[in-house]
Design a protein around this ligand. Structure first.
Ligand code: FHN
Length: 422
């Protein structure tokens, strides 16, 4: 088995992934929770399987969209809480191979992802709403056992039949009454045994924290947050947060600026950003999503250096509200001695950063290489970049690449009023 550092290497370099929520729920147009939130009986819901017919080549479109967005990996819901598998399974007839299109969508997906040069991630929901034993394990112990057996078998199938899988995203380990804690979830699903099997089959795999066991990454949802113990991967919807699967009328699309801020914020917190799309029933990705992904990709094309493999920077420039030391222009990321000042709110001809303790060697615009004069005062730590264009060079975000003599550090402020007299 690879060490934690070894298996995390590509992931930390990647910083940006695309999440794809796709299943029968796309046909409802009301999101992936429809079966449960509308309490649709299992047999009635299952009829959707016969109408499910994604167009051939749709997985290629998802991967193309991810590549155009500048993402480095892609994660597909191989089975969501509805229990419908997008892969061939010996332990279920409720699959895209035995019903609907009679195709192995997971196989198409991994082949498309590899052809596009994307790292491959698979999502698997442990819970399956079709089992009474999930909701009432004590009342229906046999159903509970069958549910757990099915999960172990299907995870084995996913880890065995599709070549190298680099990321496994569990979900749905919580108890139906949501009263228990993560160690209880892990016990319920026998996560220690399950994950040991996964690591034996896929020695280099990264496993998320949603089987109840901590494993490799933390996965905050709908918010960008640092990990408390492990690297974080913040996942988020492009539209309303209540629907990851195709939601036909989705009023709150985030802007490209917001999405880019999240991505940079994730890198600034030493973590990744997993941005979700929910393809329509035929597998196509709607324009509202494609346009935003393309805008991110265009920006990353000339500014990706500030994000890929970048990490936290000690300089002031938080993009999270609530920080006292907020740099109004935008956050910094860092690689070695280089700081990347990602300016969302263009200040005009002079950009000022404060509490810069490390001597500055040069300042250039990342996208163009244009060099700028600067003044840095070692006594006060104030850095002024001079002669900038009056208008923002990039409508989304302009990055100033600042080379320092050492790893850039923030100057301590012992007397908080000292700057008044400087
Ligand atoms: O219930 C799911 C939800 O539908 C979606 O799949 C997200 C993605 O992280 N996970 C669950 C909620 O935590």
């Amino acid at each position: 088995m690879e060490s934690y550092e070894e298996r995390m290497r590509w992931f930390k370099q990647a910083r940006f992934g695309i999440y794809v929520h796709f299943g029968l729920y796309a046909l409802t147009g009301r999101g992936e929770w429809t079966m449960y939130s509308e309490r649709i009986p299992a047999a009635e819901y299952a009829k959707l399987a016969d109408a499910f017919n994604p167009k051939p080549g749709c997985t290629r479109e998802w991967c193309e969209a991810a590549k155009n967005a500048g993402a480095n990996y892609i994660v597909l819901t191989t089975r969501h809480h509805e229990g419908f598998c997008l892969f061939d399974s010996k332990v279920s007839d409720f699959t895209s191979v035995k019903r609907g299109p009679h195709r192995d969508i997971v196989r198409e997906f991994v082949e498309s992802a590899r052809a596009a040069g994307l790292h491959v991630g698979l999502y698997y929901s442990l819970l399956d709403w079709r089992f009474p034993g999930y909701f009432e394990p004590e009342k229906y112990p046999e159903s509970k056992e069958a549910l757990i057996r099915q999960a172990h078998e299907q995870v084995r199938e996913l880890m065995t039949n599709y070549g190298k899988i680099e990321l496994l995203e569990y979900d749905g380990a919580w108890d139906s009454k949501y009263q228990k804690k993560k160690p209880d979830w892990a016990e319920f699903w026998q996560a220690a045994k399950l994950n040991a099997m996964v690591r034996e089959l896929q020695p280099g795999i990264i496993i998320n924290d949603r089987s109840g066991k901590e494993e490799d990454i933390e996965t905050p949802e709908q918010v960008v947050r640092a990990g408390s113990k492990r690297t974080s991967e913040s996942c988020m919807c492009i539209g309303d947060s209540c629907g990851w699967g195709y939601t036909r009328f989705n009023p709150n699309w985030k802007t490209s600026e917001q999405l880019l801020q999240h991505l940079i914020q994730a890198a600034q917190l030493d973590g990744n950003y997993l941005l979700n799309i929910g393809p329509a029933p035929d597998g196509s990705v709607r324009n509202e999503e494609l346009e935003r992904l393309q805008a991110l990709g265009n920006w990353l094309n000339s500014n990706g250096e500030a994000v890929y493999g970048a990490q936290a920077c000690d300089l002031i420039g938080a993009s999270q509200p609530g920080y006292i030391d907020l740099n109004l222009q935008g956050p910094w990321t860092r690689k070695g001695n280089i700081g990347y000042w990602c300016i969302f709110r263009w200040p005009g001809t002079v950009a000022t950063a404060v509490r810069v303790a490390t001597p500055v060697k040069s300042v250039t615009m990342l996208a163009t290489g244009q060099q700028f004069d600067f003044q840095w005062n070692p006594a006060t730590g104030r850095l002024k970049v001079l002669g900038l264009p009056a208008l923002p060079p990039d409508a989304l975000c302009t990055v100033l690449k600042v080379e320092f003599e050492d790893i850039p550090r923030r100057k301590p402020e012992e007397d908080l009023s000292a700057w008044l007299q400087a």
